[in-house]
Ligand binder design. Structure first.
Ligand SMILES: [Zn+2]
Length: 191
């Protein structure tokens, strides 16, 4: 009886070992998404706009997830004057500044998704095409499209392919890229 039980135990251990071996042979998918924590504590009236922009990017892309107030990979600021711009310290990390004066002329959501696009690795493309997000203000104030084109979204997805959870923040400002002047002023100079 004891020996039968022993053989059963050996069989069970062998089965468990086989299961473990199968698990090890199938590692986690390479598509694990990088989490980009964005912080709206200084976004003022644009906090809701930032949430909308995050949803747009999350719906349009794979390999990354913008998540609210779980950390500070990306800080959103409300500013007045000087123009909206983005500072990318590294892919998925940086700061976005939204100018209230420009947001009164251009679509605030388009500005937000565009500037976040810089943080996600996209450059400007001032070709006046409203179907592109990165054409920015070159498409005019009547263009309110807040969605990246399929090509723009694919480019971001590809840039984040194979990345893991964002646990590092770049502290080396020498490597920062600054994207300015995406939204030409339409104000008539006074005086
Ligand atoms: Zn830009």
């Amino acid at each position: 009886m004891t020996s039968r039980l022993s053989r059963l135990a050996v069989a069970l251990v062998a089965t468990a070992g086989a299961t473990l071996a199968v698990t090890v042979a199938n590692p986690a998918p390479a598509s694990a998404a990088m989490t980009i924590c964005y912080n709206t504590s200084q976004a003022g009236s644009f906090a809701g706009t930032a949430n909308q922009a995050a949803s747009i990017w999350n719906n349009a892309t794979v390999n990354l997830t913008l998540s609210a107030n779980c950390g500070s990979n990306l800080r959103i600021y409300q500013i007045t004057g000087g123009g909206s711009y983005a500072v990318r310290t590294s892919l998925g990390n940086g700061r976005v500044y939204i100018d209230t004066q420009q947001a009164a002329q251009y679509s605030p959501l388009r500005i937000m998704t565009h500037e976040i696009g810089h943080i996600l690795g996209l450059p400007d493309n001032y070709n006046g095409n409203c179907s592109l997000l990165m054409s920015g203000g070159s498409a005019g104030t009547s263009c309110t499209n807040p969605y990246p084109s399929s090509a723009e979204a694919s480019r971001v997805s590809n840039l984040f392919a194979g990345t893991r959870i964002a646990t590092e923040r770049s502290t080396d400002r020498a490597g920062s890229e600054i994207f300015r002047d995406s939204w030409p002023s339409t104000l008539t100079p006074v005086g």
